[in-house]
Design a protein around this ligand. Sequence first.
Ligand code: ZN
Length: 245
Amino acid sequence: MRMNTEGLIIKEHKTNGDDRLVTVLTKDYGVLRAFVRGAQRLKSRTQCGSQMFSYADFSIYRGKDAYVIDEIQTKEIFFDLRNDIGKLALAQYFCELQYELAPQESDAADFLRLTLNCLYMLSKNKRPELQLKAIAELRTLSLAGYMPDLVACDGCGKFEDDVMYFGTYDGHLYCSECVDDVPCEELPLSVVTAMRYICYSQPEKLFSFTLGEENYPILSDVCEKYLLNQTNRKYKTLDFYKSIT
Ligand SMILES: [Zn+2]
């Protein structure tokens, strides 16, 4: 069966020989790993389109024991990301999040759209890096089934308080009267509002919130802790991003 779908290269794997092995986040078939025929050869038609961050139309078929990509029509390569080591590292982290959390062998249109928008905003300096990082983390988690319950305090139902508390292990929100001995992050209300926005807004509105400069690090930090506690693993690209910024 031949599959024609749009996708984004989210990982390059080392191989010997002329074929390149890549992981693609595809719109219709989720995350899949495939060989790109002849991609390592000089002047190959598939060479450019099979690089990291290449967004393209892919023609894929199932070979004897692996998927094979034999045609690539490139749409965007996010060239600007390569001029800034910090942005490049963050972009790789966005891709690692998809590698870990996006589905396999099923529709992943929402994951692809989110990632493409994050890469675009990052490459064109459209939003602060920490805002994009938080959106990539929390929205990907929400799409993947880890959506926290941010509607109201889990104890008394209070909708908002000057300061609220978020449990990065249980994914619940608490007011100052109900927060007990649950390990929680203390958050200003504006950060809680931003988190609600990231989880609950329509895709086309996702990037249209702003925070005070001082609150982006708080938002980024709480979303990262929630990610690490929910998925219980390390992200190499995150460690690298943090080591250089
Ligand atoms: Zn309460």
